[in-house]
Design a protein. Structure first.
Length: 205
């Protein structure tokens, strides 16, 4: 595949969506064809699954059902959007990917990590060239979400202890994949984070 896959990870409020937009714009200005996609979502089927996963409900999915719904949405986006775009030579920027499942369902929910890794092979089978993990503590995450003033979705309603486990999961994943993962201090300014990420992206393209 001639394209390049990048991904952004982090707990809610870390600044992923902000940085995806800035990187995309900067690469387009330099003549790259860029496609930005979010997980869960990014396809008609995936967006329906997103609703099942994130909407607050009196009948929430069990942890295993949640894992399988994320995997189903991922299988769809990989087959119908990510692989075709990479084959066409695009730069694909993902707002979350497989590392989120490792961190949220593995560390957050406590599901067996070997099962999560097997499912990764089935649903995805591809790895980003670079993953920027925007590292933020729960306190700042809460502060940013409060400032935004939106009602929390089902996963955002989990408490700080859950968020701290997720963060530990991301840091463990980063330790085990140092060539792909770059840990970025997400408490820095938007501009300084964006500058560093753009430099790294350009060096990889
Ligand atoms: N999930 C999962 O469990 N398993 C999986 O496999 C996958 C996902 C793929 C998806 O939610 C949920 O699904 C997510 C994980 C779970 N749940 N949680 N919690 P989402 O797609 O809606 O993602 P999110 O993480 O909740 O998005 P977010 O809250 O919008 O966060 P963000 O994209 O990282 O942040 P942002 O929107 O760019 O910025 C948040 C605010 O902070 C905003 O007002 C910005 O202006 C501000 N901001 C951004 N950067 C900065 C800096 N550097 N300084 C100060 N303020 C900043």
């Amino acid at each position: 595949m001639s394209g390049v896959l990048f991904s952004f990870e982090g707990i809610d409020g870390a600044g992923k969506t902000t940085q995806v937009a800035l990187l995309s714009q900067a690469l387009e200005e330099r003549g790259h064809r860029v496609v930005c996609l979010r997980e869960p979502g990014g396809t008609p089927l995936g967006e329906k699954i997103r609703g099942l996963l994130l909407d607050r409900t009196e009948d929430p999915p069990s942890p295993v059902a949640e894992l399988l719904l994320f995997a189903a949405a991922r299988a769809q986006i990989v087959a119908t959007r990510i692989r075709p775009e990479l084959e066409a030579g695009s730069v694909v920027i993902l707002d979350r990917f497989t590392d989120a499942t490792f961190a949220y369902q593995g560390y957050g929910r406590g599901l067996p990590l070997d099962q999560i890794l097997s499912l990764e092979g089935i649903a995805s089978g591809i790895e980003p060239r670079r993953t920027w993990y925007l590292d933020l503590d729960s306190e700042e995450s809460n502060r940013r979400r409060t400032l935004r003033g939106e009602a929390p979705d089902r996963l955002e309603s989990e408490g700080d202890t859950f968020r701290d486990r997720v963060r530990a999961g991301y840091l463990e994943r980063a330790r085990s994949r140092p060539a792909r993962f770059h840990v970025v201090d997400a408490s820095q300014s938007v501009a300084s984070i964006a500058t560093r990420i753009l430099q790294e992206a350009l060096s990889l393209l």
